[in-house]
Design a protein around this ligand. Structure first.
Ligand SMILES: Cc1cc2nc3c(=O)[nH]c(=O)nc-3n(C[C@H](O)[C@H](O)[C@H](O)COP(=O)(O)OP(=O)(O)OC[C@H]3O[C@@H](n4cnc5c(N)ncnc54)[C@H](O)[C@@H]3O)c2cc1C
Length: 417
């Protein structure tokens, strides 16, 4: 039997593990922390749970049907309409549509000037950098009010330098309020962590951190681990930061996130009834608050399960606060908004590699490091952290199918030689 070792038990590692075990490979998954990766739920001491920031399962029913098929083998996925609002003045009494719609213009005193700007704006273009792309589409005033400071807060970099091929997918400017990502979203009946655990039920799981590779020519023979073990294998699949596995002096920067999960008793909801989360482009340290009413669990009346996202870099002031700071920040915000809230439980989740940084220098660094990894014939890599691409669950599941096809094709070639 052919051995495959998969590094990382997020959705990339688990979906690949499932597909390869089904093909008869002997699969070992090595995970440093816990199964689930970024999809691992926050569990409250009060017995409730929520995502570590909302995770919608969105995919095109026709072109990306495999995503739904794979998840449906392990859970029921329910279509769900997700709506978001944005609060450009930081005031919960003043929600504006998100995606920013043309109706939002009427919320501003200088609506006529904004319309004039829009008439002159070229609309959707293939501008390379985020700022130019946005101003071309929505004009400078709306960009300044909804996008510039939000984007800077989210990424920690100047939007003039942000690049990528994700703008078209992420950004729209509809005439009126629209579902998030234009619809086509699902949410699983079971926890993502349980779904991913089931995917790797037929794999061996080793809880250890991979620290490097043992190689012979253009082949990897084993991975080395934090506990001093070495795990030999015929094939390897990596879903983690490539600078950890290859021998390099360079490192990759990721945008990090501290996520506060809060179970609160509150005398009113934060958002309008149909809205699931709110964006905050103003001076608050957080970017988004989500209300988890869409999670299939019965929360008592007058209680809410929320997450609050604090973007940061590992080691900066936001990252380094003690756990109580984040809950106090939320309570102070709710108090400022006139919401009388009581904290029933708070849990803090730190995600050091939440987002690859969409800037040219980092992408070039990635390409140099990844070049070293792809020089090995028996190494395959996929997932958000490992490919350094700003991608979603649907993309990763499709990458898992491609990885299976690539591995099967290579086995066929070897068998023919
Ligand atoms: C705030 C936020 C909101 C999001 N919302 C959505 C959404 O609505 N819809 C959507 O489709 N996507 C969403 N995403 C993206 C989605 O979460 C990720 O694309 C996906 O979870 C990444 O999976 P992965 O397996 O590639 O990486 P990860 O989930 O990061 O998995 C990598 C695993 O490798 C392990 N690991 C790391 N280093 C080592 C080591 N040295 N040795 C062994 N194991 C190691 C980690 O512990 C982790 O378990 C969101 C992401 C964020 C941050």
């Amino acid at each position: 039997m052919v051995d495959v070792t998969i590094i990382g038990a997020g959705v990339a590692g688990c979906s690949t593990g499932y597909l390869l075990a089904n093909e008869g490979f002997d699969v070992t998954v090595i995970e440093r922390d816990a199964v689930g990766g970024l999809l691992r739920e926050i569990e409250f001491e009060t017995g409730y749970h929520c995502d570590s920031a909302p995770h919608l399962l969105f995919f095109d029913d026709e072109e990306e049907a495999v995503v739904g098929e794979l998840f449906s083998e392990f859970t029921h996925i329910e279509p769900h309409e997700f709506y978001a609002a944005t609060y450009p003045r930081g005031d919960l009494d003043d929600p504006h549509h998100y995606p920013v719609s043309k109706q939002n213009i009427d919320e501003w005193d200088d609506a006529d000037q904004i319309r004039e700007e829009l008439e002159q704006a070229p609309g959707k273009t293939d501008a390379e950098f985020f700022e130019e792309y946005m101003i071309n589409q929505v004009g400078r005033t709306l960009y300044e009010r909804y996008n510039r400071s939000y984007t800077e807060k989210h990424w920690g970099i100047d939007p003039k330098r942000i690049t990528g091929d994700w703008f078209d997918f992420k950004i729209s400017f509809p005439d009126e309020e629209q579902e998030f990502f234009g619809g086509g979203a699902y949410y699983p009946e079971d926890k993502y962590t349980d779904v991913l655990q089931s995917m790797i039920a037929d794999c061996d799981i080793v809880f250890d951190g991979v620290t490097g590779l043992e190689t012979e020519g253009d082949r990897i023979t084993a991975v080395e681990t934090e506990s001093g073990d070495r795990i030999e294998s015929d094939l390897f699949v990596s879903t983690i930061d490539p600078s950890i596995v290859v021998d390099t002096d360079e490192s990759l920067e990721y945008r990090s996130m501290v996520i506060l999960g809060a179970h609160v008793g509150a005398d009113e909801s934060l958002f309008p009834d149909h809205v699931d989360w709110g964006y905050f482009p103003n001076h608050y340290d957080f970017t988004r608050i989500t209300d988890y009413e869409f999670v299939p669990q019965e929360t008592p009346a007058g209680e809410q399960i929320l997450t609050v996202e604090f973007p940061c870099f590992v080691g900066d002031d936001t990252w380094s606060n003690d756990e109580r700071w984040y809950a106090d920040y939320l309570l102070e915000f709710l108090d400022e908004q006139g919401i009388d809230a009581e904290l029933l439980d708070a849990q803090v989740r730190r995600a050091p590699r939440a987002y690859p940084l969409p800037v040219t220098e980092q992408i070039e660094t990635f390409e140099r490091i990844n070049g070293k990894l792809s020089a090995y014939d028996n190494m395959f890599n996929l997932g958000r952290v490992s490919t350094y691409e700003y991608i979603w669950i649907k993309d990763i599941v499709q990458q898992a199918y491609e990885t299976r096809e690539n591995i099967l094709a290579e086995r066929r070639t070897e068998a023919n030689d």
